[in-house]
Design a protein around this ligand. Sequence first.
Ligand SMILES: *Cc1c(COP(=O)(O)O)cnc(C)c1O
Length: 423
Amino acid sequence: MVVGVSAMSGLDAFEQLESCVRSYIRSWPTVFERAQAAKLWDEDGREYLDFFSGAGGLNYGHNHESMIDALVDYLRSQGVLHSLDMATTAKREFLERFDKVILRPRGMSYRVQFPGPTGTNAVEASLKLARKVTGRQDIVSFTNAFHGMTLGSLALSGNVVKRESAGVPLEHHATAPFDGELGPSVDTIAVLDDMLTGGEISAAAVIVETIQGEGGLHAAGFDWLRRLSECCRRHEVLLMVDDIQAGCGRSGSFFSFEPAGIEPDIVCLSKSISGSGLPMALTLIRPELDIWGPGEHNGTFRGNNAAFVTATEALDFWQDDRLAREVQRKSDIVRTELEAIASEHESTRATVRGRGLLIGLHSPLDGLASQVCRAAFERGLLLETSGGAASDVIKLMPPLTIDDEDLERGLAILRESVAAVAP
Ligand SMILES: *Cc1c(COP(=O)(O)O)cnc(C)c1O
């Protein structure tokens, strides 16, 4: 029993009461109080620019006015908050709007499964369904992949430290090399093709992130994705795209795989699907694969109506191609600036990685990316690293809706931060 904790201030409460597992608080040791659009303020009133966006959970920035208005109206009107998977008005509005704004204009027909509130729930549901559909057990994922922290998803992870946290063998899984992993002269689809031909694994599905959000911002080429899709078809293996981080506009189109023209069998969405940062996830299933029995996969929080309300509102951004064009324009600004920073600081041996507004600088210098992020925090910019255990990529993930002034200011802070720590 801890006595006298009521007088704790600042970070003491977290240090004394919260588990050691806490992590982002260690990168950004301050207590945040308020947030709006691309900015956060801590309890001392200090302002921070947010180039992290909740790891992709806040593509439209913090507390977007129309979403907050819709949510407050819903709460004040005694809207149902919790409903398992009962029918509610809020859920119907989301389903109809998602079909109208996202699926139909793209000629897509997917059934929508609400698998539980987090990204890993969407992945777990996909894995179970792929195994049920094919009667096979193994799932192929790629080097440096990240698909979530529960055991099924964790088995697909390329991060050794995270895998070890499981404490049990992670089975029914095989790793294939991602696009470019074996150097420019090795065709990694041919390697996958051999794996699927060899008979050593009984693959139900291949799961891929088109841009590896946690695993170092490696971006798959569109031709590589098309050949991946053909390879899966040839072997009658399902293709699942984990669009949890790269989706909802982050890459420049609503789904990250759109420019490749592929049609995955299953798509996982979460992070920014609610638009507001409220927990929500979707598993999109090609209709002929939707062989679930009622309740065969369920969960208590599949009716997060508050999230449905803001998710419906967020889809307003996708009624035309304005946001997509904005992401492309801002991505070009960021890429040009990153290239300039890299060429000004040749000693960092930095190169640009990623696509859309999931973009960053890789440096092979040990610890450099973390030092840059620390220097950026001291200057009022939230930036995280990517790249698994090596953490060798400075990842830029501003809200897609950030205004040019904030974008330029964040890039200027990044430039100063690199200058401050570059050898
Ligand atoms: C964040 C993430 C997940 C896991 O989502 P959680 O909500 O943290 O469970 C899975 N896949 C990708 C690509 C992610 O970025």
